[in-house]
Design a protein around this ligand. Structure first.
Ligand code: RAM
Length: 522
């Protein structure tokens, strides 16, 4: 069945695939978590964004606080939570002679409580900022919120009651939701205390992003992105082992390709699965890579067989972006993601990622005795040759883009992962790049993930550990209780969206320390 998403994109809906995805949908698991303490946000220049929370009382003191017009209170759940909050409200004083008007603000970070959302001037919709207004006509009342929130702190403000009555609050809690089952979580790895902490926060990050699909972030975009899925699935195999959720996500992407067979970079899930009209070549190739890993984690040959043609279409899509020399050609629009960095030229990293994917594709083609094996092998040879011939600068001993000789960390990392240099040379390349500290550096935990992977590929566990300690560990030192979407140690307010208020602070692609620590016994 074909559906038109916008005037340029026609979607081939595979109803059999979508039905399979639907059958794999399971009810979410719930827990009740109660707020732990009453806190106050405080300016502190030494903290990220300049704010910290100071505990002022245990939550058992909550109903001693009587709130009237203009008063507010902030509670801390002591951990990041995702779900449906509720609270009870008692009137204090004369009988309530006017409705109660409340405002609630939810924050994953202290800054969301400290800085008014009215000041937000980023370019993503301000509707992502988590706040709610309620009119309560009859008191006492239990407010059960119908919307899902993702937060650690909640500020509750009385915009107005009346001169004759005030309110007290009780039972501030949340019914959490997740598709991560604690009973299937593999044991905590036997490692240093610090790595156990990294592991714990990674697992919590993944837990809170595992919903009806693997979401990128429960605050924003609350959506299934292929790049995020690739890393979540890898971490999931080492932790919660919810293989059906990976399978569900693969079938969703496969069920909604465009007329050329391309999988979308992301899907909206409600009211029914809908592909976004964004096509990124690296994200398309992650479909093949996710299928590869899924097969190795499960041995599910039926799914591999059924989804193989879809994965192969992504190779064809990438092939259309090569020139006659088998080199990836830079496109004028958002054609590949790689990292949040406007100045990054994507040609070299895409070439590396394509070679990496081709190797995995060939290994799967052999398992399936696919007639594509030969064609894929020739493509691998040609793209590898092209990379060596046109992208390797033998004087600088670095990979550079063909048009402007741009040197980026991403290019070196992806060429190492592509495995086109012998191990020792690849390790020397990474060390050379580290010494050089190229101006085009890594911005996101997503990009840092592949740096760790590259160090491990060349067998340098110590360097891999240093990235985990130095980068993710730095987030821990800054107070992360789930890992963040964006983290630039030299610019803590960095946001590709124009404001740190809109960043997601529990983000799927940042959950991979658990994968590294567990898989490689770090
Ligand atoms: C942002 C999100 C998401 C990512 C895309 C490319 O919208 O952070 O996780 O995959 O960018």
């Amino acid at each position: 069945m074909n559906i038109q998403v916008n005037e340029d994109v026609i979607i081939k809906k595979n109803t059999a695939f979508l039905k399979k995805a639907e059958q794999l949908r399971k009810p979410l698991l719930h827990q009740e978590v109660t707020a732990k303490s009453i806190v106050e946000v405080e300016a502190d220049a030494s903290m990220i964004h300049g704010w910290k929370m100071r505990q002022i009382a245990p939550i058992s003191d909550l109903d001693n606080y009587v709130l009237g017009q203009g008063d507010s209170i902030t509670v801390d759940f002591g951990e990041h939570v995702v779900g449906f909050p509720s609270l009870s409200i008692l009137p204090i004083g004369s009988p309530p002679d006017a409705p109660l008007y409340l405002k609630l603000t939810f924050g994953e970070m202290p800054v969301e409580i400290a800085e008014p959302f009215a000041n937000y001037d980023g370019w993503l919709s301000k509707s992502w900022l988590q706040e709610a207004h309620y009119h309560v006509d009859v008191l006492p009342h239990t407010l059960d919120m119908a919307r899902r929130y993702s937060f650690r702190y909640v500020k509750i403000e009385v915009i107005d009651s009346s001169p004759k009555y005030k309110v007290a609050l009780q039972h501030v809690k949340i019914k959490t939701v997740s598709s991560a089952n604690p009973d299937t979580l593999k044991e905590t790895p036997n490692t240093s205390d610090f790595f156990q902490k990294l592991d714990y926060v990674s697992v919590k990050t993944l837990n809170d992003c595992m919903q009806d699909v693997f979401e990128d972030g429960p605050k924003r975009d609350r959506r299934l992105w292929l790049g995020d899925l690739y890393l979540q699935a890898q971490t999931n195999y080492e932790t919660f082992q919810n293989q059906d959720l990976v399978k569900r996500c693969l079938y969703l992407f496969a069920g909604l390709t465009d007329a050329d067979g391309r999988v979308a970079a992301n899907l909206f899930i409600e009211p029914e699965p809908i592909p976004d009209d964004t096509y990124l070549v690296d994200y398309a190739l992650y479909f093949m890579m996710t299928l590869h890993d899924y097969y190795h984690a499960t041995g599910d040959i039926d799914t591999l067989t059924e989804l193989w043609p879809v994965a192969l279409d992504q190779i064809r899509f990438a092939e259309t972006l090569l020139d006659e020399r088998y080199l990836a050609v830079e496109q004028p629009y958002w054609w590949a993601f790689m990292d949040w960095n406007d100045t990054l030229e994507k040609q070299v990293p895409v070439q590396g990622l394509f070679i990496f994917t081709l190797k995995q594709a060939i290994s799967l083609a052999k398992i399936l005795h696919s007639e594509s094996t030969e064609k894929l092998t020739t493509l691998l040879e040609n793209t590898t040759e092209a990379a060596k011939k046109h992208l390797w600068d033998s004087e600088q001993k670095l990979f550079v883009s063909s048009s402007s000789q741009q040197i980026s960390w991403h290019s070196q990392i992806w060429m190492v992962l592509a495995g086109i240099l012998p191990n020792e040379e690849a390790e020397a390349l990474l060390k050379r790049t580290q010494d050089l500290a190229p101006e085009i550096g890594l911005t996101t935990p997503f990009a840092h993930h592949f740096l760790v992977e590259a160090w491990l590929k060349v067998g340098n566990k110590e360097a891999a550990k240093q990235v985990l300690v130095g980068y993710w560990g730095d987030m821990l030192h800054q107070g992360a209780d789930t890992f963040w979407e964006l983290f630039k140690p030299n610019n803590l307010s960095f946001s590709p969206y124009g404001s740190h208020l809109i960043n997601s602070y529990c983000h799927a692609w940042s959950c991979t320390p658990a994968y590294f620590i567990r898989k490689y016994n770090l």
